[in-house]
Design a protein around this ligand. Sequence first.
Ligand code: MSP
Length: 471
Amino acid sequence: MTQKYITTAIPYVNGVPHIGHAMDYCLADVCARYYKLLGDEVKMQAGADEHGGKIFQKAKELGVPVQEYVDANARKFQDFISKLDVSYSDYVRTSDAAHQKRVQEIWLKLKDHIYLEKYEGWYCTGCERFITQKEYDENNGVCPDHQKPYEKLKEENYYFKISDFKEKIRNAIINDEMRILPEFRKKEILKLLEDSPDVSISRPKSQLTWGVPVPDDDNQTMYVWLDALSNYITVLGYPETDISVWWPAAAQFVGKDILRFHAIIWPAMLLGLGLPLPKNIVSHGMVLADGQKMSKSIGNVVDPVELIDRYGVDAFRYFFLKHVDTFADADFTWEKFNNAYNNELANDFGNLVQRLSVMMSKNKVKMISVTTEMPTEYKKLMDEFRFSDAFAWVWEKVQKINKRIDDEKPWMLAKNGEVDKLSDCLQSLAADLVECNFLLSPFLPGATKKVDQIFTSGEITSPAQPLFPKQ
Ligand code: MSP
């Protein structure tokens, strides 16, 4: 048995979860469940990013003590992860005392690569990121993601010497020692790395109080990214615990917007700590609503909880794992979601389960035992993290079973009293369904469990309710 560690980006808890946040969780969960099918022991982290100016400002606006504010929001995010049927094993909050202490130790370990310098330039609180003059000019001084003018900063900050590690990071990316996925992002990162300056890792306390205090300097607070990125190892107990059983991570899931932090700053930190680099960094695209970035001001934010309550969690996972290409941006509309639910999930799958189980129970055809195998095509796609392609590949097989039913017309065999032929036909169809069900289990854990229960026993009892009632 091998141990595999999978991570998800920790969201800022300055609001309620939205459908974009679900992408990291769902993809990482598919990965975790797939590795478990292969027989691996899996650990999966999730957490909350609770520090920084953005969260501090929001709590202030609401007139709530900031700790109280993050406590309440972190709870909402944790509830949300459970609602998604995500099998995480460890949860970390950056305001946890244990995490903060460990981050301070990490800072001290990196000390040889840290220096103090004056910064005069731009900052975006929405991104919690320093902005280069080139970016400022390209965007005419306004953040395209947050639609707010960049702020001018003039302050003294600690810097982390990315320059000490650039060559090693570059080689690790080129040699796929730290694989960046999808492949086309690799080139973007290599270009960014070339131009990447040393990064600021602190803010003066006068500007930012809500964060981990810099050790040995009362005037500075750590900048969120050093704090946040450390979560992946502090949650394992680093530095006081030997983390080599789990680290390096098998896969780290992040959105494309934060890939640069994970593919440049994070490996530099790991190299500075003498730790190995993650095996894979998998970056997914953005989910848009009606073709636009979701934003409260546009009023197009889709509430994932509403979707799950109305259609069920497997329907949610179906849409976002199959209709959203794992590596590309995708558009959500209620209409697309509803069509996918009714025409595919309810028709192709729910109906198939219903039809087969009814025919088997009515004709007293018993289930034969089926040994499930993992086809090489599926395994290849899953190993390359092409989850939406793997999902679609299995779905074609599901559709083929439906086609076989239409072609082989078991109801005619029943009508003509061809009992043996009928048994063979239904048993073979059910065996195919059980095989597909096995391959679908990382994607649709709830529904596939039910299907397993229906088709594993000798006697078949069809479900009283269809798995996916039409809406
Ligand atoms: N706090 C940082 C991550 C720190 S990880 C050490 C952060 N938080 S976030 O709340 O802005 O985003 C959390 C995750 O959700 C990121 O992977 C981000 O890409 C993802 N998404 C946020 N909005 C999204 C969409 N609209 N679509 C898809 N994913 C999106 O960044």
